[in-house]
Each structure stands twice: as C-alpha cells, then as structure tokens.
Design a protein around this ligand. Structure first.
Ligand code: PEP
Ligand code: MG
Length: 883
C-alpha cells in the first residue's frame, strides 16, 4: 500500500481531489504545489495509514517506515539539507489534517529536528544565534505540550522567572545567550517531568509527532466534535510533514492568515492579518497584536501600524496574485496561511473559507455575476439551513436597549420570549404556544429538546464553540453564550445581574449578532429580502420543479409568507382560529351543548367571525390556492380551564356549572391523539364542518364580488383512514357549496381533498383518491402513527435514541425516508394510479427541512408547505434538489 505522498520541489504525487486519502490540508498542499505555487516541500501520510494504525492495535502499518524514509530522503534532496545534520539541518513541521477541518485535534509541531547540535548548526547557517535558540526553545515547549503531554505552565514559569530576575518585560529583550540558558532550563524541566532525557534524536522526534497526530484523532475533544458534526471515526486523519520556512528570521520575515474575501460580510476585498518576525502560532495566540493585510483595511480600522501592503509591498503583491489565482482555480473564497522568509513568500495552506450566512450569500451571488461560477453553482453554494440566520427578525435600530448583560454573539438573529431555566419546562411552555428563551449555566446534549422548543438560548458559561453555540447555530436559533455576569439560580428559577433579578416568566430579548441580553420584549424588524437574497431566489425559482406553499392562518403570517415567496397556503389550521378571544366563548358553548340545536346556535355565532378570517386570507393570497383544513384536534382541547370561563359558558347556555363540568369530563380521552378528532368529529357533528365550509364559501363569494379575483379554496379533511369517511363528508360540503351558490348567485371555486396522516390511508390511497382531488401528507401525524411514537412526549427520550444510534436524526424534524417515506411513496403511487392528475403536497414540519424536501422531490410531490420563515429555505432546497 502507498502510505506516503510527496509534494513540492516541482512535482506532486497528490491533488485536491484526493481529500479523502490526504485530508483537506494535504490535498490542497499537493494541489498548490502542482499549480507551481511556492509551497515548502514535504509529504503527507494518508488517512488510510491512520486507520491501519488503529485497525492493527496501534501498530505502525507495514511499509510505513520505509516509505517515510524514502520521502525524507527526497525532501533532503529537494531542500539540499539533511535531517539531523548539524552543519545543514533540515527542520520540519508536523500537522494533522482530516478530511474536514476539525478543532480539537493536535494542531502543529514546528521546528522539529532541533537538538543541541542542529540548533548550533542553524545558528551558524542563518547567522542569527538568537533566532536559532528562540526556535529551539519554542520547539521544546510545543513538543512537550502536544507530543509528550507535559504541562506547559512549567515552561511559562521558567520564562517569567528569568525575565523577572533580569528585569526584562518583553521577550524581544532576551539575547541569544539568554535563550540558550532558557533552553537548558526547559530541557532540565522536561527531563525531570519525564523521568528521561528530552528526545534529541530527530527521527525519534518525528515518530513521536506522527504518533501524537494519530492519537489526537481519538482524544475526547475530537470525539465530541465528531459526534456533534456527524463525522465518522472511520475517516481518520492524515499527517503532513513539511520543510520549515521561517517567518521569524528578522524584519524581512513575517507570517499571516488571510481570506480572499471578507468572511463576515462577503465583500470582495482581501481580509487578513500578519505579524513581522513571527512564527505561525504567534498570530493565533494573540500575544502580539497582528497588523492589517491591506491599506484599505488598516484605514477602515484606524490602525496605526503599517499594513503588509505598505510594509512589504513586493511580498504583498506576490501574495495578492496568488490569492487571485487560487480563487480562480478553486472558484471559491479561500482561507490561506502564508509565511515570508527573508522576503520570499511561501504558501502553507489554502482551503475553502468558512463564512457567515450573509457572506455565503453575497459571495455566491457575486461570483456568479463575475462569471466565476454559474447560477446553478451559486444555488448549490448556499446551505439552505444557514439561510435561516438571515431570515430571522433583527432588533429595531431605533429601539431602546436596556442591556442586562453581554456575552458572545454565538448564533445570529434576535429573539424575545419569557425566561425559562429548564429544558423540559421550555418544551412544555412552547407546546402551549408560549415563546420562551432558555437560560442555562451551560447546555449539554440533554437540553436539545429545550433548545429546539426555545426561540433563543442564553448561557452563562461557554465560548463560541460551546455546546450551546454549536447546537444553536446548527438549529438556526439565536444564541448568546458565556454571559458570565449572569448569576443563575435554578432553585429560585431566577438570575441576577448588575443588582437586578429576572425571574422565570419575565420577558427578555437576546441579540445573537451582538451578544446582548436585553430586558423586556424589544421591538424587532423583519429581515431585508432584497439584493443578493432576491437575486439568488430568482435563480432558485427558475431551477426548481416543486412549488412552495406555507402553513399559516393569521393574516400577519400569511402576509409574511407571501413576501417570502409562498405560492399558496398548504395548510390553514382552522382550529387555531377557534382560540381567538372574540370567539373562544362561543366555541366552548358549541362544544358543551347537549344537543344539535345548541351546537347549531353556537356555530351561528362563530360563522361570521370565521368567514371574516377567510376573507382576509383570500384577499391577501388573491388567486393563489389556499388549502383550508377543517377542524382537527379533539374537542376537549378547547374546554374551559378556569372557574371564570365556566361561568361565562354557563351564562351563555343556561346550563349549570356542574352540568358543564360533567360534560367536559365526558369529553376527556385516555389517548386523545388517537381519539375523537379529525374527520371523526365531522362524522359525529356534521354541523361543525358544514359551518366551516359555509364560512369558506361565503368568504370566497364575498371576496370575488368585492375584488373581482377568484380565490381558490382547497377544502381539506384531516385524519381520514377510510374512503367512506371522505365520501360522506364530501357530500355534505358539496351540499353547502350548492346552497351558497343558490343564495349568492355565485359559484364558489373549490376542490375537496384529504390529508394522508394514517398508515391505512397511505396503503389504501387508491380508494381514497377516488374521492379526493388532492392529498396533503401530514407527516407529523404520519410519523407519530407509523412509529407509534407520541409527537408530544417523545422528546423525553429521543435524545437517548440518537445517542444510542437507533435514530440518526429526530424523525419529527427530518423525515424517516425508509419507513414513513415508504408510506408516502406508496400513497403517491396508488393515489395517482386511481386519479392520474392527483395533486400531492406535504404540510408536516418536514416540508421545511432541506433533506426531507429533496425526498419529496424524488417521489414527485407537486409542492411542499412550511412555516412562513422557512419558505425561502424551501425554495432554495427545492432548487438544489432539482439540480
Ligand atoms: C401533520 O400531522 O403533519 C399536520 C400537518 O397536521 P398537524 O400538525 O396539525 O396535526
Ligand atoms: Mg395532523
């Protein structure tokens, strides 16, 4: 097996497409070398070698040693130096490099190959003793830390003590002799901690570092990261061994990191930082303040120190050229590391740069307009889920901000809600329609359901990569992490900050873009959907086959969805309209009536209100189709809770409170989701559905008369299992339509269809399609009934199922394509076999989930329907699946 691939010195055994074998870093180094860019030569040990190492019980795979020796010899040839040669030492860096970039892995060992003899050689050769011994002490420190696992504070203490004793404040004040002394102290300290000498044999050092990279693939941090990001352990990591170049060889040397475009705004301008006379880790470590890469950036930031463009114009210009070349070559924004050694530029890394949602959008659209990529590629470049961040409301600029605390801007968007401290409670409260903000000291995988239920998340502890931050970003929930000034008491259900106390149930607002936590519910504005966003949506709309509708019932939501591009309503849940303050009393009256006459009287009160709702919706949607679902939930959901409520109903109906309570008790069910709900209510109480049908048709006729547009109503019957249920109810609805036509002289425009949300309905879809003009897959209930898994309670243990690997994802979020998906496929086929033009859609939550949308496309659904804010996500996802 070939375990080792060389690059540099004019040729390259690998290339960018070999990412799986060489890891991201190794593949791109090979590619750059192939392009003829200045890359320090080196070699990559493959990810297969890492896997073979683990498969073989942590033994070096056969042949690896020989191949590394061959590659080393080649490297010596190319560089004209020799590993361990005191006169002309070859020094190398050793870095890990998995297929996907992975924080938590061993990062880098620099200057490997140094010992007392080669350090002296480096001093002679460079003519700079100080540089040589500074490099040597850095090597000892780094190698001890990442390979030998020694506590790095012991080296810091040695250096601090030395500086104190000699009245130094800055590292730059130390002379070559001082560093030599430090090196002796470091080695002594390391030997004491190790119980043996610090390794001075370069080959021993090299194998130690390679082993450390392999070992870091299985450390706790790497494992956690992999679990959170669905990265399989079987990918393994590669190891990159590369000749050292030095950014710390004086004032004509430097090192830096850069992006070819601004990773936070997407602006087409180089963006980066560099440090003169420094080595790579100095930029990241934040010990010295880096300088700006370009003059423009320096001026914008009001920085005094000269930019690289000004301080090293030749190297900068060469770098700028490399940037353009890399962008043209990779046709994407690049994230780059470079070093200048005595005026000579070297490229150490390039990769597609990570970017915010805003930047992703701008870069994709700009690149398409620049002709670098096609419109189709631009569509594929933006992650629909990431788009979510741009679609959330932001805090109104003119609003007053009563800032309670500031943490890290961990996930963008603003959210307001009442404070809740416990994930189970967050879920329960959200289930009752409350908007909540989950406030935790920190979150763990046990909080996923609470985070999901919450509008936003605040943690007192944890950074930008804490569990809360990573998970919230993934879910598209705004999040402020590490708001350390907040003191949370779970016992008191409150937090204190700056002398103020905020209790569970109090309103707060969070701004995930600034990291601010604000008192009260602060006014917000809708996101801007113009410019790049609009451009991408136009391209997406051209590319997609499926239509996108929305699940909405309030005029405000319907309006929002229309602005987001909804092409119709896929689900108007009429029961949500029953809860409104102006009618809930009449609804209760209807439910608690003892006979049909009482119900009819109460329904007559509800009719005009419901008709008004539909008029508003039809007026907004104009001729776009509106699927209106008749009453679905079990009636007891509407029952009065308080004595006051009972009194009100008692007055209206003339029934005693006691009689009402008895009737209410009679409605309670052991298993309400499988109970008297959906079309079963229509069968028992046909007058309810007739009232609703009348409200729909009258509204339609009224709007038609008033505006001249002809609204299209799709009347939808929920929870059908048998064709007969549908045929009975259909006849009733048609009767109402005829009556309305007769009364008004205008014919309503409508079709009647059904939801497919029970396995039996899916299996007998041909019979049902004989009665239904359309199907809409209610995959929330279909998931619930297929798995026999309560959609309301499963959150309690779904985490365990995901942890145990039984579920890959929450099946209520991402459609279970094999099981539930089979039923959808069967229903689509059988339905269309009975009625070829049968219109098919989905209105379960899955209609807004990109992976599920691709599935819907593959089974030939005509449209997906989702909540208003997900409409653009669905448009993009539908386009991606069509491409
Ligand atoms: C469904 O079951 O998927 C659906 C859309 O209906 P609801 O969520 O209202 O039960
Ligand atoms: Mg349902």
């Amino acid at each position: 097996t070939k375990w080792v691939y060389a690059f540099g010195g004019g040729d390259s055994e690998g290339e960018a497409s070999m990412r799986e074998l060489l890891g991201g870093k190794g593949a791109n180094l090979a590619e750059m070398a192939k392009l003829g860019l200045p890359v320090p030569p080196g070699f990559t040990i493959t990810t297969s070698a890492c896997n073979a190492y683990y498969d073989g019980g942590k033994q070096w795979p056969g042949g690896l040693n020989e191949q590394v020796e061959t590659a080393l010899a080649k490297l010596e040839g190319v560089t004209g130096k020799a590993f361990g040669d005191p006169k002309n030492p070859l020094l190398v860096s050793v870095r890990s490099g998995a297929r996907a970039s992975m924080p938590g892995m061993m990062d880098t060992v620099l200057n490997l190959g140094l010992n007392d003899e080669t350090a002296e050689g480096l001093a002679q050769l460079s003519g700079d003793r100080r540089f040589a011994y500074d490099s040597y002490r850095r090597f000892i420190q780094m190698y001890s830390d990442v390979v030998l696992d020694l506590d790095h504070s012991m080296f810091e203490e040695i250096l601090e003590t030395f500086k104190e004793e000699n009245d130094f404040t800055l590292d730059t004040e130390l002379s070559a002799e001082d560093w030599e002394e430090i090196v002796r102290d470091y080695k002594a300290a390391a030997a004491k901690a190790l119980g043996r000498e610090f390794p001075s044999d370069p080959r021993e050092q090299l194998w130690g570092a390679i082993g450390a990279v392999f070992a870091s693939w299985m450390n706790d941090r790497a494992r956690t990261y992999r679990r959170l990001h669905d990265i399989p352990a079987s990918w393994g990591t590669a190891v990159n061994v590369q000749a050292m170049v030095f950014g710390n060889m004086g004032e004509t040397s430097a090192t830096g990191v850069a992006f070819t475009r601004d990773p936070s705004t997407g602006e087409n301008a180089f963006y980066g930082e560099f440090l003169v006379n420094a080595q790579g880790e100095d930029v990241v470590a934040g010990i010295r303040t880096p300088q700006c890469l370009t003059q423009e950036m320096r001026e914008k930031m009001g920085d005094k120190a000269p930019s690289m463009q000004e301080a090293m114009p030749d190297s900068y210009n060469e770098l700028a050229e490399v940037f353009s070349r890399l962008e043209r070559h990779y046709r994407d924004m690049q994230d780059i590391e470079f070093t200048v050694e005595r005026g000579r530029l070297w490229m150490l890394q390039t990769r597609n740069g990570k970017r915010t949602a805003k930047a992703a959008l701008k870069i994709a659209v700009d690149m398409a307009k620049e002709g670098l990529i096609s419109e189709e590629e631009a569509i594929l470049r933006v992650d629909p889920a990431q788009l979510d961040q741009l679609l959330h409301p932001m805090i109104d600029d003119s609003a007053t901000r009563d800032v309670l605390a500031t943490g890290l801007p961990a996930s963008p968007g603003a959210a307001a809600g009442v404070v809740v401290f416990d994930s189970d409670e967050a879920e329960t409260m959200a289930g009752h329609g409350e908007k909540v903000i989950l406030v935790r000291i920190e979150t763990s995988p046990e909080d996923i359901h609470g985070m999901h239920a919450a509008q936003g998340i605040v943690t007192a502890r944890g950074g930008m990569t804490s569990h809360a931050a990573v998970v919230a970003r993934g879910m598209g929930r705004p999040c402020v992490s590490g708001a350390g000034s907040i003191k949370i008491s779970y016992a008191d259900k409150s937090f204190t900050v700056g002398g103020r106390t905020v209790r569970q149930g109090d309103f707060i607002t969070i701004d995930g873009a600034t990291g601010e936590v604000l008192m009260g519910a602060v006014p917000m504005i809708k996101p801007e959907l113009t410019g790049d966003f609009a451009a991408l949506m136009v391209w997406a709309d051209k590319a997609r086959r499926m239509k996108v509708r929305t699940n909405a019932e309030t005029p405000a939501d319907v309006q929002t969805a229309k602005e987001f591009g909804a092409e119709g309503i896929g689900l108007c849940r009429t029961e949500h309209m029953f809860f409104d303050a102006d009618r809930i009393a009449a609804v209760r009256e209807m439910i608690l009536s003892e006979d049909r006459a009482g119900r009819v009287a109460a329904l007559a009160k509800i009719l005009p209100m419901q008709r008004q709702d539909f008029e508003e919706i039809f007026t907004i949607m104009e001729e776009r189709p509106c699927t209106i679902r008749l009453l679905d939930p079990p009636l007891h959901e509407f029952l009065p809770h308080t004595e006051e409520d009972v009194d009100a109903v008692s007055k209206a109906t003339g029934l005693s409170a006691r009689a009402l309570m008895e009737r209410a008790a009679g409605l309670s069910e052991t298993n309400p989701m499988l109970g008297h709900r959906g079309c079963r209510l229509g069968i028992t109480y046909p007058e309810i559905y007739e009232m609703q049908a009348r409200a729909i048709f009258e509204a339609q006729v009224n709007v038609q008369k008033k505006t001249g547009v002809r609204p299209v109503a799709e009347v939808m019957i929920p929870l059908v299992a048998m064709a007969k249920e549908l045929s009975i109810l259909k006849a009733r609805i048609e009767g109402v339509a005829k009556a309305v036509e007769k009364e008004s002289g205008t014919a309503p425009v409508y079709v009647i269809g059904t939801m497919i949300e029970l396995p039996r309905a899916a299996l007998r879809a041909d019979e049902i399609a004989a009665e239904a003009e359309f199907f809409s897959f209610g995959t929330n209930d279909l998931t619930q009934t297929t798995f026999g898994l309560s959609r309301d309670d499963a959150g309690k243990f779904l985490g365990d199922y995901i942890e145990a690997g039984i579920f890959e994802k929450d099946p209520f979020v991402t459609l279970d394509q094999s099981g539930v998906g089979d039923l959808v496929r069967i229903a689509a086929e059988r339905g269309r076999s009975a009625r070829p033009g049968l219109k098919l859609g989905i209105c379960g939550e899955h209609g807004g989930d990109p992976a599920s949308i691709a599935f819907c496309d593959s089974v030939g659904l005509d449209y997906v329907s989702c909540s208003p804010y997900r409409v653009p996500i669905a448009r993009l996802a539908a386009a991606q699946s069509a491409l």
